[in-house]
Design a protein. Structure first.
Ligand SMILES: Nc1ncnc2c1ncn2[C@@H]1O[C@H](COP(=O)(O)OP(=O)(O)OP(=O)(O)O)[C@@H](O)[C@H]1O
Ligand SMILES: [Mg+2]
Lengths: 341, 240, 291
């Protein structure tokens, strides 16, 4: 145990995590909000990365899973007084069912069809939400009934609690992704995403593998969305059930580094603060200016850094770690030609 | 002193770092038929592609009728008068026969010239004229071969490179195609023909090159080549 | 109004509204079929064309339909710029890369429009905007009819261009076999550029002709492009004639859903239809026939 802890590969992120946990109570509401959104988008980014990064299947429909994870438990809470902790399970099941359906329809097709189908599903859900007003509240949206401080119902007197819940979830999901990255499942999904024909020729049922990946992705997205719903306590179909959110979800992984464990985390750590600060500084007078920036970043990263930011950042990070105590073996192991420059 | 239409020297080329053909040479005489044979996968098609510039050579030289066309694009080579008819009858499948010919005449602007060339092509291949409105993708294999020939003829090149014109065709079709080759040759066309069908090739070719693993192995008149029984057996499985 | 007249009225309304969507879908299909590129920002060009038409109307009093004479060439040039900056370098990469990059572009264009024109809804109401005539009880709005006829005319002009002209044939040849076309002297890069220019001009035309009966605000493109994708999927990716028929069908389906079920049912049916078609006939109702 101590041997493991002595490696900077472990103690640097751990120190950062502890610092993050300890500092949170002193965050101003603005920065606490930012931290919560960072965690949320890191989780969603991880989830998207499973199918969009590893599976190389561009999902434009992840807001649909957010919608199900947010709406289903909220509506159940309103109707049956069911705690969202249990409701979350139903939200996840609904998301898994939709993912299974869409994946089943499209994973036998090639190219852009999956993207189009996911676009269709989020649009469909958007209009369904607006249309069935009686059930969903329509364009007005729907609110989570206020219960005061009630932890069993995920309602708290302070947002700090949401921060810690999402932090636990983010660490858990990151850990899962770390294992996934090296698992046979991860390897198969990556193979299916990179070269479908080659993957099939070595006996991988690519459709099956992608289907599982998509379902797993949907479930994680919905689970985080349930917590998110309690945090924002009002669901607006023009944000929660909207393509725009789908796009915000895919950006951290795409920009951070698709099909990498840390890509979505780095991406979210970069994009969320930029977005929040830009919105605060420019929001009033230049509404939407921050999204122009987003658009530019996406285009430039895709054009010039297809590996994402961790592609470059990772190299500097490794070099840094190698200089820290206990880091003698790091550069040597993974990068044999470390000090050639 | 012979009159060379195509003079290829020391050509090395490939699709990756690894060269497929190495230091290959060929001298094709004007108004003659030069044959190329060699086992499957030895680089015959790659050799032709390197000559016309579809594959960029890493070294060597290609002289066409006295001008250096080594690093030209396929289209530039075509403008110099070197037409390449690829293996496998390539035509625009969703266009009619006439539209295919029009595409081959893409760089010609003069309508009367174009008409004249079409007429010429159609006299060679009356079958194509009957089917001029039919989609090329629905033509028979032989007809597609004819079309791809006709498309090259429209450009009136100085020299034609044919990559296995008989591949996958019925014997009567093969005969017809080779008759056309002879006819065009007698009219003065220089030709380089890659063939697996050695019996036919030996009847029409004036000079033969044998390739092996991306290198020249032997060359000579058909009579000389036929004397190399060992070679023929080894590489072609031919019972000479 | 008798039931039959009402049915016809709905049919006509649906048909007349489909013109703009068809033009956007044609552009999408053209770029996809020839350049093998997926442009999700296609309808953002329509949105800007709507603003352009609106500005010409406000500033110069130019009739929206006449402004096509300015909008088309200007957006063809914009299409060239789009090709050079966004398409050329990534053309051979995954469709996913195209989609993400053009999503980025859509973000930029939407929010640029927001900055320039604000979120206010803009409309053009000409003197003849409300004019309509009556056939057997079915009322036909002139502005919608003109828009529809222009769309259909542009469709046939495009088909004729592709089939009858040298450049058009080259476009089809490149769509079928890029390297063979190059072998006969076609400058493939230039053909791609022309194709994209035409596609963007079509998207712009869509915006301009819809302006007199619809409205513009920065997010309209997001909706248009979804409809266009529905048409492209139904008609078969890259199948232009399929896009025309699918556009008409989808226009009618939406109108009937809206009138007979109410609310957003029309749209719900359209997007459910995409999934159904992808399941039953992924190549579209009319197949994937080449250009
Ligand atoms: N586009 C390509 N990319 C990579 N390698 C290729 C490509 N085309 C051909 N090769 C390889 O180059 C080698 C020579 O191929 P080439 O087509 O020139 O052979 P060939 O002599 O024409 O064979 P055949 O008689 O079967 O037509 C083969 O090993 C082939 O696998
Ligand atoms: Mg060959």
């Amino acid at each position: 145990m101590t041997a493991v802890l002595a490696s900077p590969r472990i103690y640097v992120p751990l120190a950062a995590l502890i610092l993050f946990i300890a500092a949170a109570p002193w965050f101003s509401p603005f920065y606490l909000n930012m931290a919560i959104l960072f965690l949320l988008f890191a989780i969603w980014g991880h989830a998207w990365n499973i199918i969009g990064g590893y599976g190389n299947s561009l999902s434009l429909g992840h807001a649909a899973f957010v919608a199900l994870g947010a709406y289903v438990p909220t509506l159940m809470l309103r109707a049956f007084d069911l705690t969202p902790i249990v409701g979350a399970v139903f939200g996840m099941l609904a998301a898994i069912a939709v993912a299974a359906f869409v994946g089943w329809v499209t994973f036998r097709l090639k190219g852009a069809y999956f993207a189009i189908a996911t676009l269709a599903i989020i649009t469909l859900l958007h209009y369904l939400t607006l249309h069935f007003r009686g059930l969903t509240g329509g364009a007005q949206g729907v609110s989570v009934p206020f219960r005061g401080h009630d932890p069993l119902y995920l309602q708290f007197s302070s947002n700090l609690y949401y921060f810690y819940i999402l932090l636990v979830m983010a660490v858990l999901v990151t850990w899962i992704m770390q294992r996934f990255d090296r698992s046979q499942f991860g390897y198969h999904l990556r193979a299916a995403g990179q070269d479908e024909a080659a993957a099939q020729s070595i006996g991988i049922d690519t459709r099956q593998v992608k289907l599982w990946g998509f379902m797993m992705s949907a479930a994680i997205t919905a689970a985080a969305a349930t917590v998110y719903a309690q945090f924002i306590y009002h669901l607006d179909p023009f944000y929660v059930v909207h393509i725009q959110l789908s796009i915000l979800i895919l950006l951290p992984a795409v920009i951070g580094g698709p099909a990498t464990v840390w890509g979505p985390v780095v991406g979210a750590a970069l994009l969320v603060p930029v977005e929040q600060l830009a919105q605060r500084e420019l929001g009033g007078t230049y509404a939407g200016a921050q999204l122009i920036l987003y658009g530019l970043v996406v285009i430039l990263v895709l054009r010039y850094l297809p590996e994402g930011i961790v592609g470059i950042l990772g190299r500097y990070y490794s070099r840094l770690l190698a200089r820290l105590p206990g880091g003698d073996d790091i550069g040597g192991k993974s990068k044999p030609r470390r000090q050639s420059d | 002193m012979s009159d060379l239409i195509l003079d290829v020297r020391g050509l090395t080329a490939g699709y990756t770092e690894e060269p497929i053909i190495q230091d290959m040479g060929m001298r094709a005489e004007r108004a003659r038929i030069t044959g190329i044979i060699g086992p499957n996968g030895c680089g015959k098609s790659t050799f032709l592609k390197a000559i016309v510039g579809i594959v960029s050579p890493t070294s060597g030289q290609v002289m066409l009728d006295g001008s250096d066309v080594t690093y030209n694009t396929p289209f530039e080579t075509l403008k110099y008068g070197l037409a390449y008819i690829p293996q496998g009858r390539q035509v625009f499948a969703d266009m009619s026969v006439l539209e295919n010919l029009r595409m081959s005449a893409y760089t010609l602007r003069d309508e009367t010239v174009i008409r004249g060339r079409f007429d010429e092509a159609f006299t060679h291949f009356p079958r194509l004229y009957e089917r001029r409105q039919q989609l090329a993708g629905t033509l028979s294999g032989g007809e597609q071969s004819m079309l791809s020939f006709a498309m090259a003829m429209v450009l009136q090149p100085k020299c034609m490179l044919l990559d296995e014109p008989s591949l996958g065709l019925a014997p009567t079709m093969i005969e017809q195609i080779f008759e056309t080759i002879i006819e065009m040759n007698e009219a003065g066309m220089s030709m380089v023909v890659v063939e697996q069908n050695i019996n036919v090739l030996f009847q029409i070719a004036d000079y033969i090159y044998i390739l092996d693993s991306g290198r020249n192995r032997f060359d000579g008149n058909p009579e000389d080549v036929l004397k190399q029984e060992e070679l023929l057996k080894l590489y072609m499985g031919v019972q000479a | 109004m008798s039931e039959l007249v009402f049915v016809f009225q709905t049919l006509v309304d649906g048909l007349l509204l489909s013109g703009g969507y068809i033009l956007i879908a044609l552009g999408l299909g053209l770029i996809f079929g020839v350049v093998n590129y997926v442009n999700v920002a296609q309808a953002e060009f329509s949105m800007f064309a709507m603003y352009g038409t609106w500005v010409l109307w406000i500033a110069l009093g130019l009739d929206p339909f006449l402004s096509l004479a300015i909008i088309l060439p200007v957006f063809a040039m914009i299409g060239v710029a789009f090709y050079v900056s966004m398409v050329r370098a990534v053309r051979t990469r995954d469709h996913g890369v195209h989609i993400l990059m053009t999503l980025g572009l859509a973000f930029i264009l939407q929010n640029a429009a927001l900055l320039i024109f604000s979120a206010d809804v803009r409309t053009i109401r000409t003197a003849y905007s409300a004019a309509s005539f009556n056939i057997g009880g079915v009322s036909i709005n002139i502005v919608k009819l003109v828009a529809f006829l222009i769309a259909i005319a542009l469709f046939f002009a495009l088909i004729a261009f592709l089939n009858k002209t040298r450049t058009g044939r080259a476009i089809r040849a490149v769509a079928q076999d890029e390297s063979l076309a190059a072998a006969f002297g076609v400058n493939v890069d230039r053909i791609f550029m022309i194709t994209v220019a035409i596609a963007i001009a079509l998207a712009a035309a869509a915006g301009t002709i819809m302006m007199p009966h619809l409205f513009v605000q920065p997010m309209v493109g997001q909706f248009f492009v979804l409809f266009a994708f529905a048409i492209v999927v139904m008609g078969g990716m890259g199948n232009l004639k399929g896009a025309l028929v699918a556009g008409l069908i989808i226009g009618v389906v939406e109108a009937f859903g809206q009138v007979y079920i109410g609310g957003l049912a029309g749209r719900i049916i359209v997007f459910a239809l995409i999934l159904i078609i992808l399941y039953l006939r992924p190549s579209g109702l009319f197949g994937r026939s080449a250009l």
